[in-house]
Design a protein around this ligand. Structure first.
Ligand code: HEC
Ligand code: HEC
Ligand code: HEC
Ligand code: HEC
Length: 240
């Protein structure tokens, strides 16, 4: 009896924790599951023989990953640790238009938005549409880019002035200057059990991964890090 109710209570507790922190998703079956057959670019000779439709491999390699590429483009110099996550995809050399601070900040003053850095460069290696999806390491002759894949719906292009600002520092100082954002060091993220700073920022910076999880752990639309129903994601950081 006791054991049973303990079991039920713990299952309820676990269930609630999962609901609260949304750890119910998986990359399998998501848009980042490149083993799905619509990803024809991942099933083209000579890639087929080597990759066999793997999920992780277009992004990561277990050995001899693309460390030189990472070093050349500054991923490891820009706050993201010395190695990068065993990155395998060829990086982009594009130069970007960045979010204009002209509007932002005449009222509040604020952050300094620079060129994309950190893990956002990894995302842009596919999502800026300039590098073929199947270009990684020794495979460099593929041609289908994000701009051509699936009608280009996931292609952000190189004009990031139309995308939420990324690659800038969001810390307590910024939250003091701009009184309409929460202090990231003390505000809960609702993603895991930590703060915005610990769960959503990369070395204190807003990056693509502040809003998205490439592995779809939350299992919500658009690979978001948490549900945006009722704009909950936006309200996490914005105090409006
Ligand atoms: C579409 C590209 C993409 C795919 C596919 C992908 N990852 Fe990642 N992964 C990333 C990026 C980008 C990062 C760095 C940013 C971050 O930490 O979220 C990362 C980080 C990681 C990390 C270190 C951080 C962490 O979350 O623990 C691990 C481990 C990892 N990936 C494992 C995997 C495995 C295993 C697979 C296949 C099941 C996989 N990834 C598939 C893009 C991808
Ligand atoms: C991880 C935290 C975070 C999340 C999540 C987030 N933002 Fe932001 N956003 C910021 C920060 C920080 C700034 C820069 C504010 C500043 O510099 O004063 C910003 C800037 C902006 C700006 C530019 C403001 C201006 O004056 O130019 C807009 C608009 C905006 N966010 C909208 C959104 C929307 C819509 C969402 C939800 C889809 C969202 N944000 C989600 C942190 C976040
Ligand atoms: C190896 C190339 C590659 C990399 C690297 C990559 N993606 Fe993707 N991503 C894709 C493809 C392919 C799709 C599916 C596009 C489609 O179906 O139109 C996609 C889809 C998406 C979607 C749309 C999901 C949906 O359900 O609408 C989001 C959001 C996304 N990626 C974010 C990211 C972020 C953030 C990163 C970095 C952390 C990243 N991607 C890295 C290839 C990549
Ligand atoms: C402030 C939060 C935020 C940031 C930062 C952010 N995104 Fe998104 N992204 C969203 C939301 C929310 C959506 C869902 C679409 C919508 O609500 O219009 C989305 C949608 C997408 C889509 C799907 C587009 C479509 O129409 O299917 C892709 C691809 C994508 N994001 C990639 C990226 C990449 C790559 C980065 C970094 C360069 C990035 N995002 C940064 C919040 C963000």
């Amino acid at each position: 009896m006791r054991f049973k109710s303990f079991f039920i209570a713990s299952s309820l507790f676990l269930g609630l924790t999962q609901l609260c922190y949304g750890q119910a998703g998986t990359i399998v079956g998501s848009k980042h599951d490149f083993s799905l057959s619509n990803n024809t670019w991942n099933f083209t000779t000579p890639i087929t023989a080597q990759l066999q439709g793997q999920i992780c491999r277009p992004c990561h390699a277990p050995h001899n990953s693309n460390i030189r590429d990472i070093a050349a483009t500054g991923y490891n110099n820009n706050n993201a640790g010395a190695f990068g996550p065993l990155w395998d995809h060829s990086l982009s050399n594009a130069s970007y238009s960045i979010y204009s601070q002209g509007y932002n900040f005449w009222r509040e003053g604020a952050s300094s938005v620079g060129n994309p850095d950190g893990s956002s460069k990894l995302c842009l290696s596919c999502h800026d549409g300039t590098v073929a999806l199947a270009n990684f390491r020794t495979f460099t002759t593929a041609t289908t880019t994000m701009a051509q894949f699936d009608g280009g719906v996931a292609n952000l292009g190189t004009d990031l002035s139309t995308t939420h600002p990324i690659s800038f520092t969001y810390n307590t100082t910024l939250a003091t200057t701009d009184h309409k954002i929460w202090d990231p060091s003390s505000t809960p993220s609702g993603v895991h059990s930590g703060t915005i700073q610990s769960d959503m920022l990369e070395y204190d910076k807003v990056q693509c991964t502040s809003c998205h999880d490439p592995h779809n752990a939350a299992g919500v639309n658009h690979l978001l890090i948490k549900s945006n129903v009722g704009s909950a994601l936006c309200f996490t950081c914005h105090k409006l």
